[in-house]
Write a protein that binds this ligand. Sequence first.
Ligand SMILES: [Zn+2]
Length: 487
Amino acid sequence: MSSLMYSTAKLLIGTAQFLIQDVPHAFNNALDSYQVVARTPRWTGQEKAKHVIFINLDAISPEQFEEIRASSPMINEAVSSGAISSRMLGTFPAQTSTMHASTLTGEYPERHGIYTVFEQSLDDILFVDQCSVTSNAAVNNRVDCKSKKLTDAAFRRGLTTGSFGFCTTHQDPHISYNIGDMTCTRDAGIAGGIFKKMSTVFALKHMIPAMIRQTLLAPSTYTSPEMIVRLLDDGYVSAAEDVILNHRAHFVCVQQVGYDLASHCFGTRSPQAGSTLVRYTEHLERLIRASRMAGTYEDTVFSLMSDHLIFDIDRYVYLNNLFWRNGLISVAGRKVISCSAYGESVGKSFLIHIADKKRSTKSRVMELLQQNQDAFGIERILDWSELDSLHAGTQYDLACTAVPGVMFVHNLNLSGDIKRDRKIYFKAQHGQDPRGNLTTFAIWGPGIKRGYESGDMNGVDIAPTLVHVLGLDFHCSGGKVLDVFEE
Ligand SMILES: [Zn+2]
């Protein structure tokens, strides 16, 4: 009982904090967003369906997707009635924001430019403890995304759109109902961490009830990362149900982030991560049910994906230490004296910038990486030609991926190159297996081939394919319409 009272008190304080700090901001955005709610769609007769529901089951492997299917006759029947690929190549780096941008724009990172989650200066990279999490300021991916999204094309055609938790739609005036992506930090209060980046008053309608629901369901988790995991997915799905049922939205994208977050905090095989897979299943069923209740299921194409893989880690490797020890980075106290090369960590990938752009520096970096490959847990070194073939962009010059168990950390650590500690904060990190970032894609609904295995595909193909379903005008240079449509 006392924990419930404690939770309730925290909830009230959090809400008050939120009302004072964030409502004026949220209200401004709400006005923007609600202006575009009442819309009249213009159909051309080219559309295969008038509704699309696009879901990201964050971070699950193709095997876990099969487990979800096996546990739910409703989902299995739906997925079996359409096309599926367990060989969808996601972006490099294997990361949610990069993949969200690629799937909504049909462009590779080289075009849309989203390759990192955090806005960070060289000082941040080298001196702020990356694994303290709270010190990072999240990038506004919508502002930074250089390519048009399919939601822009939907807006021009007068369609009603919803986006819940997708990274590149934060505060986007072309989205009718929006809950932007949020950065949840370890020790920010619920109000500070969760509501900080919320876009609209619409978000409140769903997030506060979800918070109360989840607090009542599991009061002991109130201040833990587990609560954030529970609350976000619940809130996103209830917002999606609302726009499907009450607003007959035409394009809705729904992020489910629980497995990703729970794996980061507790490990991929933890009970917390396991229970998020159960919730992914229930939530997917809720979305199918909402579409049926709205009477739009027969006119809806469902599409779902997993954006990247996630792997357990047991040690941090401080890879900029290698450049620092060899004179490519020199510092005095917490001040950079000179830096000719440094890397930025994206979990199990390390993106290396040749700061002075000299060919000799690049050769030196290559040599250091090759010589220290085993000692620093480097699985593969990706040179320019390989990054080019992945369309990864030119914001960095080289990259490494980590062997199993290793997470690359970019701040300098004077006390050692490797840290093994049972108390390390990250228990799992984003990455790819040596074949690449291969995950799952499924699509079903009117006009889609039944029981079709669509084989190799790329995440950038999703946008043009969904655009084809809705018959929109949209051009992208990366992806192509998938061969999943009946003749
Ligand atoms: Zn993700």
